[in-house]
Design a protein around this ligand. Sequence first.
Ligand code: AMP
Length: 399
Amino acid sequence: MNKLTIQDLDIQGKRVLMRVDFNVPIKDGVVGDDTRIVAALPSIKHVLENGGSLVLMSHCGRPKGEKNMEFTLKPAADRLAERVDAKVTLAPDVIGDEVKALVDGLQAGEILVLENVRFYKEEEGKGCTPEEQEAFAKELASYGDVYVSDAFGTAHRAHASMAVVTKYIDQCAAGFLLEKEIEYLGQTLEAPEKPFVAIIGGAKISGKIDVVTKLMDKCDAILIGGGMAYTFYKAQGKAIGGSLLEEDKVQLAGEILKKAEEKGIKLLLPVDNIAADAFSADANTKVVGDHIEDGWMALDIGPKTIELYCNEVAGAKTVVWNGPMGCFEMEPFASGTFSVCEAVAKSDSVSIIGGGDSVAAVKQSGVADQMSHVSTGGGASLEFMEGKQLPGIVALTDK
Ligand code: AMP
């Protein structure tokens, strides 16, 4: 790591401004899966145990620059309070006199959670001038003596609380979570132990195409599943019925197939599928090969594909997985995703799971603790794997 980390900071008696990712699912005012809150606890506790106080900032949902209390961080702050042995106060706003007074009154060992930073359009920098964004970031910066980022999930965004606030604080460091993400993803891509197998799935090719291309330089095999597989089918001239198709990506899919062949990389597509006559858990289903008739849509990989993919995974030393193999939210189309999940858990490999849906699948199947690393960032982990510089990491202070 060439950036300052939280352990490099002298925290005693300091106010630590920390950007966390508390963008958690909330229903009826209660947090559902609190993984992201739990993931930030090591950094939070480190500050409290070392005589510092904490001002936490996060976004949650998409309030689009307006103070919409539907997106309040109150449920997240309440959950945090249950998880730490410290006074947790939720500020009524992100900036302003009232917030400033609360910050000034903060004692060592206490936590102040600012309201949702996306209540201000300055956070994302959309619909405001750069000067307005700078002023917003400056005010945030005034809340901390030092800055820590543990928000890997947002590190690919050049937002005020990630990449502008850092201009106004001398020491900006990575928290434990961010450091772990960088180390795992970075090391794996730099020097993966071979065989290196990537499993890429999910609804769409767009957004994952760059990572597939990048992985072709490193991987021994790429296993494609999920809705994106059928755009590849289309590129091969196969019938796909009513399966998901990105018409404008067919050519690109064809180019990727060709490139993989030239490079001698195994790019595997499903050899069979679970087809349904409707996008519904009650649909009629049947196992089909790689020809999907009209009136049917492929919603999961089939049993032969499961066997093929699981065998690839079993022999792997490094596995990167992003995106489900089918519509795993519906029971009849979940077996591809869960079977692959179990195979990854069983394999003797360094396994890195990224992307909201694959992480959810891994958790549902109860094997999360058997994975080497479950990333907290979907988009961020993809961009990192594509080799892009993430603004939220670049902005931290060099060692
Ligand atoms: P993504 O956000 O691109 O990783 O896509 C995840 C979503 O893809 C999940 O909600 C899945 O239900 C969906 N998905 C996976 N396989 C398919 C498929 N064959 N057809 C339609 N949607 C799919």
